[in-house]
Write a protein that binds this ligand. Sequence first.
Ligand code: ZN
Length: 191
Amino acid sequence: MALRKIAQIGHPVLRQVARPLTREELLSPYVQQLIDDLIATMHDADGAGLAAPQIYEGVRVCAIEVGQNPRYPYKPKIPLTVLVNPVLTPLTTRTFSNFEGCLSVPNLRGRVDRFCELRVQAWDQKGNDLDFVTRGISAGTFQHEVDHLDATLFIDRVSDTRSLCTWQEFERQHREGFIQEVRSIVAEFGS
Ligand code: ZN
């Protein structure tokens, strides 16, 4: 297991659509190591998720985990989940306004509309089928990570650029209001 460097906005790897993996490739030592490194790097950086292009690997793999996260202390918990070749299907047209940040976009946060409810289909790290529904704030996290596989960063989806702020100004100006919004989303969707 090794920590990898995290690609920063401006590097072309973040703007290339990642390619799917075959099951044989997934089970190869190279890709298994890549996934172990992806998880370790996510943990080290206190990320809620990390996608393979963010560690300079253009394949359709991402990891998500939310525990006690110092970057996002208000987020509902998500157990460690590895998605390989994920497909997200919105189950509603309803959206909510999420305040996002990204390890590849230093010191910037902004508001992004995300679907409230999604079906997630993918393989796990060992190639087992995953098929589940995610809702609310957690659904936003899944959409953010899978966007990375399609070369999309959250800033591309910020509809009102006046919502952009530094992490310090988020804490000062927006945190309390957003936590109230999160509470009402969690109350409705349970996550
Ligand atoms: Zn990101």
